[in-house]
Design a protein around this ligand. Structure first.
Ligand code: DON
Length: 573
């Protein structure tokens, strides 16, 4: 952990010392992850996001008197430059906002299916899903929403001039920045796909391998960002950039047309709210499944004392897993774009309904996922991402998760414009019951329809305590987003971790199907794994889960949690 002169915290991979403390309580094994403490708190503002460069330019905006939304606009564009895996202007996202007055709002700048999209567009003549068609083709892209989203957010809440908020990204693109070891490795890893899917040279390719410290200069992107700086929405959805995007589509039978760009508009939606043990949870409504699922999960575990059971103890994992399999089963049937499908929000969040779902939970054995179906409602008709958290001096808070979907999206560049296109269409259900790239299934609620938004798991969230701002939290990670946010909130509220500990702690995940408890390496010790296996749980070890970036408001000030799984950085002043 580096401490820099202007009170900057930079958390780098492996920089946090972690040790596992085993605490034996009568009849119960509690495994706690203790992480080197850094509780430095700041009073004037904080930005936590995926790269140190973007955190820095975001913090600069706060220091100049900009508010949290101003800083968010700067961070969004700076991540496009410095975190090309997920930072984007060619993708979309969601913002959850809480003003210091307590007023809340959410902005849906999720991509939409192009008007020419059709329900069976990824199926062959035999009705089978064509592999990769929704992932790495020109037809994988939804109509991008990020630029419109930033313009909308700024028009409503911004205080500094738009041009001054876009300029830092232009400077980063034109002057270049030194890439991290992780970005170098990601670029090298994707080199083959970049060559296969794009013509000629492009800005993310170089002769030979990328190395840590290489300067990445993106002149085409700088020019695109200048048009956005000077013309706002029209700089992207009309003129040169739009023409280049349509020309790119035409190279590969892509579906996005100028009318799709003209018709794209982000939508303000009323925040979804719920409570957990007296805390108020402010979350994203559909077309994200994240808010509903998070509130269902929290309600499912609320009757139990997780604190007493212990962090990542087998009893805690069993309880969370059983809640998760039931909630993800509901997700598969009932969640989709509310503008196209009547999502039964009230029924799904009805406490009696959630309690009834948990009735079949038993401490004696795992409930097989094959015996769990989505819930039934009487009278109901029937269906690489990045997160940043920002708080300003006044206490206004922004929680934004934004994505191209896969790492580097479709891996297809808009030639001449210097940015990548999303492959968000894969978040639709191409065919009922057939899993997408995150292994989640869906049906009618999330089928492809022209102009419809694909279902998301993104869960930007804000938590209040006693009517005051308490936590700003979110993460990438596809279908694991919801469970990562769930665990981070529990880590603080139940397991008394500080923000950094809560973010660094090892995670687990279950999503109904496949019927596996997925665990990060070293999340569980062998005793816990054995205990779970004895009760019928299949435990599967996997790579990292999520990259949570979060802020906690403590009596000392804002405390950051930047995920050591990435280059994520918390900066405060
Ligand atoms: O919206 C969603 O749920 C996905 N497109 C998110 C993708 C994601 O988190 C990838 N990052 N690791």
């Amino acid at each position: 952990m580096n401490h820099q002169s202007d009170a900057v915290l930079t958390f780098k991979l492996y920089s946090c010392f972690q040790k596992i403390i085993l605490v034996f309580l009568p009849g119960m094994l509690i495994v706690q992850t203790a992480i080197a403490q850094d509780n430095t708190a700041y009073h004037n503002g904080m930005v936590v996001c995926a790269t140190p460069e973007a955190s820095k330019v975001g913090l600069d905006i706060l220091k100049k008197g900009g508010n949290a939304v101003d800083a968010a606009v700067t961070v969004q564009f700076a991540l496009e430059v410095t975190h090309p895996e997920a930072g984007n202007i060619g993708g979309g996202g969601f913002m959850v906002y809480r003003a210091n007055t307590g007023n809340t709002n959410t902005l849906d700048f999720r991509e939409k299916a192009p008007a020419r999209a059709t329900t069976n567009m990824y199926l062959d003549s035999a009705g089978n899903v064509i592999p990769d068609m929704s992932i790495s083709t020109h037809q994988a892209s939804g109509v991008p929403g990020s630029v419109d989203g930033m313009v909308e957010a700024h028009n409503k809440y911004g205080s500094l001039k738009w041009a001054s908020l876009v300029q830092p990204a232009i400077d980063l693109a034109r002057n270049g920045f030194k890439i991290s070891a992780k970005l170098a490795s990601a670029l090298n890893h994707n080199r083959g796909q970049f060559i296969k899917l794009n013509e000629g040279k492009n800005y993310l390719l170089k002769d030979g391998d990328w190395k840590e410290g290489d300067l990445l200069v993106q002149e085409d992107l700088a020019k695109t960002l200048e048009l956005i700086r000077d013309n706002g929405r029209d700089g992207f959805y009309k003129g040169k950039v739009a023409d280049e995007l349509i020309a790119e589509m035409n190279k590969g039978n892509g579906l996005i047309a100028q009318t799709d760009l003209d018709n794209y508009h982000s939508v303000w939606r009323k925040a979804l709210t719920g409570t957990y043990k007296g805390y108020k949870i402010i979350a994203m409504p559909p077309p994200s499944s994240g808010g509903i699922a998070l509130l269902q999960l929290l309600h499912s575990v609320e009757p139990y004392s997780l604190k007493r059971m212990g962090h990542n103890a087998d009893s805690t994992i069993r309880l969370m897993t059983e809640a998760e399999r039931r909630v993800y089963a509901d997700r598969s049937k009932y969640l989709g774009d509310p503008d196209f499908f009547k999502v039964p929000v009230d029924s799904l969040l009805n406490p009696a309904y959630i309690d009834s779902r948990m009735k079949s939970f038993s401490w004696s054995a795992a409930t097989p996922s094959t015996s769990i179906e989505p819930g039934k409602f009487v009278g109901y008709e029937s269906d690489q991402t990045t997160h940043y958290s920002i708080v300003d001096k006044q206490g206004n808070a922004v929680s934004i998760t934004t994505t191209l979907n896969d790492s580097f999206g479709s891996k297809i560049f808009v030639s001449g414009a210097g940015f990548l296109l999303n492959n968000e269409m894969d978040d639709f259900s191409s065919k009922p019951g057939v899993p997408n790239m995150y292994g989640v299934t869906g049906g009618k609620a999330n089928s492809i329809q022209p102009n419809k938004r694909m279902l998301s798991s993104m869960t930007p969230t804000i938590v209040e305590k006693n009517g005051k701002l308490f936590m700003v939290v979110g993460t990438p990670g596809g279908s694991t987003i919801i469970t990562s946010v769930f665990q981070t909130i529990l880590n603080v509220i139940e397991f008394n971790m500080d923000m950094q500990q809560a973010v660094s702690a090892k995670r687990i995940h279950h999503q109904w199907l496949p019927d596996d408890v997925e665990t990060e390496r070293e999340a569980l010790d062998s005793t816990t794994i054995n205990a779970l296996q004895q009760k019928g749980y299949k435990v599967v070890s996997r790579g990292t889960i999520g990259r949570v970036d979060a802020i906690l408001v403590t009596t000392d000030g804002y405390q950051g949690g930047a995920d050591p799984r990435g280059d994520d950085t918390a900066l405060g002043f």
